[in-house]
Design a protein around this ligand. Sequence first.
Ligand SMILES: [Zn+2]
Length: 254
Amino acid sequence: MVHPLKNSGLARTYVITGKDGLMVVDVGSIGSAEDVVEYVTGTPGMELGDILYVVSTHFHIDHIGGIGHLLDKCPPTTKALFNYMVEDYLNGKRKLSLIKNWFVGCVPASVASTRYVRKFSHFKFEGLAGIPLPGLRNIVKLPYGRDRIGYFKCEGDTGYNLGFDEWEVLATPGHTEDSVSFYNGASGELICGDMILNMKEGGRGALNRFYWSRKLIIDSYNRLCNTIKPQTIYPGHGEIIKGDENALLDVETF
Ligand SMILES: [Zn+2]
C-alpha cells in the first residue's frame, strides 16, 4: 500500500508498506529525507530498520537529492535502487538526457510544486547530481558508496520484479531516458514519476510537457494504457489521480 507524504517538497515522496518491510520512492531533498524519518518513526508498527529499498523514478535532483540523508538513518543493508542506466551515468559512460520545453513544461510545474514546500530544507539537496543541463549533467557524484546502490534492469515490455510484494518496475522512457514507473497489479497502484503530473486539485492528470523525447513519452503512456489498469496513479508532482476502471485513460494527452 502506498502512503503519500503530505508535503514532501517539490516532488512527491511515497512510503510503501509490504509484507517484508518498507520501500521509499523519490527522496528528492534533505527535507524530504527528514519527512520520511518523521513519518516512519511516528507511525505505529513502522521503523527505519524496516526500509529495504529507496527507489527512484528517474535520476533528477528533485527525485534523488536526499537519498544519502535517509540511508544514513537506515541499516547498512538498506539499498538505493536505480535504473541500470544510472550505473553508466556514475561511470561517465552515458549522459543524462537533455530536456526540452523548460519554459512551457518545467517552469509552470515547478511553480505549482512549491505549494508542497514547507521548509527551507525542501530546497536543500545533498549534491549537484541530477541536473539535466549541459555542463551540469556531468556532475553525478553521490554522497554514499557503491555498496549501498543496486540497479534494476527493465526494457521494453518486460517488467522487473522487485521481489517486494507484487511491485514491478516498468520502463517508461520519455521524460528522461532512465524514467521508470512502479506498478502493483494486485492493488492497482501506479507510481509514474514525471511521465504524468497532476498540478490541479481534483484534476485528472496530464502527460508531462517537460520531456526528453515527445515520441517516447507518448509511446510509454500508450503502452501502459494497453497493458495495465491502475485505479490509483501517484504522480511525480501534484495530486493523486483516481479512476474506477483505469485511471490512465482519463489523463490529458497531447
Ligand atoms: Zn520531477
